[in-house]
Design a protein around this ligand. Structure first.
Ligand code: ANZ
Ligand code: ZN
Length: 824
């Protein structure tokens, strides 16, 4: 009786067997060359969705392939287990974040097992467990000692009605309203903890050691945003300054990328939050200025920077002097100037900066041209800012200088005269890691009235998250109201002290998890130095492009900082990176519960099996492009696996004859497929890999039913097919391998060796051109030399007539493809 492919029966059986035999445990003492293959770990939301299959099952095939290629592959998995959703679940449903998270992890572990991935579960990392977050705290303390962690006032979103800080997700809509009471949200300064990523700005701009997609490095470059220019100081006109004469500072510093335009300054703009504003505003304008400042604090930075937005602003009544020409310059405040960029102050050059141009028009300020394309265009009326370069004019000693040279000349002159210097500014800010949240790593700091900021001694780590917190919808961290947690004893003076109640941004956890995987239970440090030396850096990393700037920058920073505190001896965490695309719903829209287009892979695993879902994920298109989920696609994948099953399991019909030519052509096809599949796996082209395997299946099916193929040749071909399929369809391959009589796992086999001799085609088609026009196509043996090819071409009557007796001057030859005879 005919036996059908029944994935349910075979998949569970093999998963169990693999687990019993510990097949996927990676040994540290394995002598083969190491390969650390890492995939971004998931957030334990509770359900493995089809995006997870795309992100984990597809790279699993590559990891398996590398193992068959003779590498000792480490392919770990874990859970990014801290974060806001768990805390929200606690507030809404009364489930403790720990229970919610661990239950989700449990069900995701089961789902991951159904995927048949070769994860080494013995290395699993769960970041919300003390054995993990203890080392977040320890690393924080090392960074603190090195001056890489510091505390400073910084604005947080604040609801004046509820009297609490808000997480970014709790601020609603364009109007930025409090999620709970609808009051417009404002900013409020809180003392918070920062990591000094800006120390590494220049090093983070160096991508030489990395083989990363251009797109990601470009995004990081823009995010870091290095600008060269100058800082210039304008003296304040002191009679306008309150508390004369002891006011400090007496000057306003600006950062500009265009020092060459300094003679065109007609006003100065400070960020509304700039410390000088309060000091210099004249009494008559105070009320208006304060109202403007309050309004500006409610906007986001993005709104404020938009180039096309209205350039609102207000005069402070104060003036300063341009040190280059001693002109009097009125000082404004405007929300398009950000406090946190450069010096928080801008010299307004309306003739050459479009935002300044709009601002000058709106406020009736003069527009003074100091750069012109040529001397002839100098008098043209400006209808918008002239942004280009040219010659400097109305610029005193710099007149006639090319503006591009003027930048350095002006900066150097300012330095000589003591009112400025060349300067570089970065868009990158230090990383604010304080979160007013419960479900995260407690920051290991104690505040003592007498001793100040006291780091918790390393011997007292971990600072445990108390379990008995109360989850109330107050918007404030339960830790703040947990007396037992908050009260502490100063470790220096023994006096009463208070514990920091903020927790760390969860991106801290993911910044170094790759090192913890090596030895997740190691308890004398965050990583085992011997294993780190053996396994890291990560050879290949895969994950979504959405992490281009945050996670992927933070982990680069952490690696450099860990190197600088002596934990690592290299500076880049992941050598190669590949970003997969996004899986869309069947309607080609982003999957979301509200759209109702979420596909649950579990249903398909139940019916067509995990292997078919895996293959379908691979076949959908190039892995970096993603695409919509389609029903036909998954049926196609499942049908193919069924055909492979039949091909291997059903005994062949009695042979009529052994056709040696057919045997050769089957072998050739097998070896061509080995080459294609190998190349495709190397290049993450899973879709064309599956196509090649499908074509081979068809060809083998035909050869088998022709009843002319010698049984040993058929068997050899089938074994190779199974080996080539093992990375992508691990269960089916294992079953078929054992049915061919093998005792040990197909996943312990080596990757089939490609034989170029056997793969060589018997004949190829050579295109022959005369003067670039195609005149004939010759079917010839492959690998001809140019002379041989020319001899055959000249024998062709078509070529002879095209040449019409003219002599060939020159030849262009591409082996096995083209011969061009040039006569002209
Ligand atoms: C005068 C000037 C004249 C400027 C000119 C440009 C063109 P990037 O290239 O992005 O670094 N700027 C400086 N600090 C700022 C702040 N805190 N908020 C908003 N804008 C700020 O931009 C540097 C330019 O942005 C600086 O050069 C400054 O305007 C403005 F024809 O100075 B410029
Ligand atoms: Zn103390």
């Amino acid at each position: 009786m005919r036996e059908h492919y029944n994935p349910q029966a075979i998949e569970l059986k093999w998963q169990q067997r693999w687990e019993d035999e510990d097949l996927y445990r990676t040994r540290d003492d394995d002598p083969r060359p190491k390969f650390y293959f890492l995939t971004m770990y998931p957030y334990p939301s509770g359900d493995l969705h089809t995006g997870h299959w795309y992100a984990f099952a597809v790279p699993d095939a590559k990891a398996r392939y590398l193992r068959m290629r003779g590498n000792n592959v480490l392919f770990p998995i874990g859970f990014d287990a801290f974060g806001l959703p768990a805390e929200n679940a606690a507030i809404r449903n009364g489930i403790h974040p720990y229970r919610w998270t661990m239950a989700n992890i449990d069900s995701m572990r089961k789902q991951f097992r159904q995927m048949g991935a070769m994860f080494d579960w013995s290395r699993e990392v769960v970041t919300c467990l003390p054995e993990y977050y203890r080392w977040n705290q320890w690393l924080f303390l090392q960074f603190f000692k090195k001056g890489l962690a510091y505390r400073q006032q910084a604005p947080v979103d604040w609801c004046p009605t509820c009297n609490t800080t808000l997480a970014r997700e709790q601020v609603w809509g364009e109007d930025r309203l409090c999620e709970r009471c609808g009051t417009p949200v404002t900013k409020r300064d809180l003392a918070q903890w920062f990591l000094r990523i800006t120390n590494y700005a220049d090093e983070l701009l160096d991508f030489n050691a990395l083989d990363w997609p251009e797109r990601v490095t470009m995004m990081q470059r823009n995010w870091i945003g290095r600008s060269e220019g100058a800082e210039l100081a304008f003296d304040l006109e002191l009679p306008n300054v309150r508390d004369v004469p002891n006011v400090e500072p007496k000057r306003v510093e600006v950062f500009t990328t265009r020092p060459d335009t300094v003679f065109g300054v007609t006003f100065m703009v400070l960020a509304p939050e700039h410390a000088l504003v309060e000091r210099i505003t004249v009494p008559e304008l105070r009320t208006d200025v304060e109202a403007y400042v309050e309004q500006a604090r409610r906007q986001t930075e993005i709104d404020r920077l938009a180039a096309d937005g209205e350039k609102t602003g207000i005069f402070t009544g104060a003036y300063c002097r341009n040190p280059f020409n001693d002109e009097r310059v009125p000082i404004f405040i405007a929300d398009y100037v950000l406090l946190s960029y450069g010096t928080g102050a801008v010299m307004g050059v309306p003739a050459h900066d479009q935002r300044d141009f709009l601002f000058a028009q709106r406020h009736g300020l003069p527009i003074k041209r100091v750069i012109a394309e040529t001397v002839n265009t100098a008098a043209d009326e400006l209808t918008q800012a002239y942004l280009g370069s040219g010659v400097m004019l109305s610029s005193g000693r710099f007149d006639g200088i090319a503006s591009e040279d003027g930048r350095a000349a002006v900066a150097a002159y300012a330095q000589e005269q003591g009112f400025g210097r060349p300067a570089i500014t970065y868009r990158l800010r230090d990383w604010l890691i304080s979160r007013q949240r419960y479900w995260g790593t407690p920051i290991p700091i104690i505040y003592c009235e007498r001793c100040g900021i006291v780091p918790v001694p390393e011997s007292e780590l971990p600072v445990l998250l108390p379990e008995d917190a109360e989850f109330l919808p107050t918007g404030e961290s339960p830790l703040k109201y947990h007396e037992g947690f908050r009260r502490a004893v100063c470790t220096i003076c023994g006096g009463e002290a208070e514990r920091e109640t903020d927790t760390m941004d969860t991106f801290v956890d993911s910044s170094w998890y790759q090192y913890r995987y090596l030895s997740p239970h190691y308890d004398t440090g965050p990583l085992d130095p011997h294993l780190a030396a053996q396994w890291t850096p990560v050879d290949q990393y895969t994950g979504g492009i959405e992490h281009a700037t945050m996670h992927l920058l933070y982990t680069r920073f952490f690696t450099k900082a860990m190197r600088d505190v002596g934990l690592l001896d290299f500076g880049e965490p992941m050598i190669k990176l590949f970003n997969q695309g996004i899986i869309l719903g069947p309607d080609s829209q982003k999957m979301s519960k509200s759209r109702g287009n979420v596909v649950n892979p579990d249903d398909y695993v139940q019916t067509v099996g995990a292997d078919a879902v895996r293959i379908y994920r691979m076949f959908i298109g190039p892995w970096d492009q993603g695409g919509p989920w389609s029903l036909e696609g998954i049926e196609g994948a499942s049908r193919w696996l069924g055909r492979v099953w039949t091909l291997v399991v059903e005994p062949p019909p009695e042979n009529l004859e052994d056709d040696a030519t057919l045997g050769r052509s089957v072998r050739r096809r097998v070896h061509q497929t080995i080459q294609r599949v190998t190349n495709d796996l190397e290049g993450f082209r899973f879709n064309t890999m599956v196509a090649a395997l499908m074509e081979l299946t068809t060809e083998l099916g035909r050869a088998k039913t022709s009843r002319r193929l010698a049984p040993p040749v058929l068997r050899e071909a089938l074994e190779r097919l199974i080996l080539l399929m093992a990375p992508s369809a691990p269960h089916l391959s294992e079953e078929l391998w054992s049915r061919l009589g093998h005792r040990s796992s197909v996943h312990l086999e080596s990757w089939p060796v490609y034989d170029a001799e056997l793969a060589r085609a018997d004949e190829i088609t050579l295109v022959v051109q005369v003067d670039g026009k195609v005149r004939d196509r010759l079917v010839v043996p492959p690998g001809l030399s140019q002379d041989e090819a020319a001899r055959l071409a000249l024998e062709s009557p078509r070529i002879a007539s095209a040449l019409a007796g003219r002599a060939v001057q020159r030849m262009i030859y591409r082996t096995d493809r083209l011969l061009n005879l040039v006569v002209a």
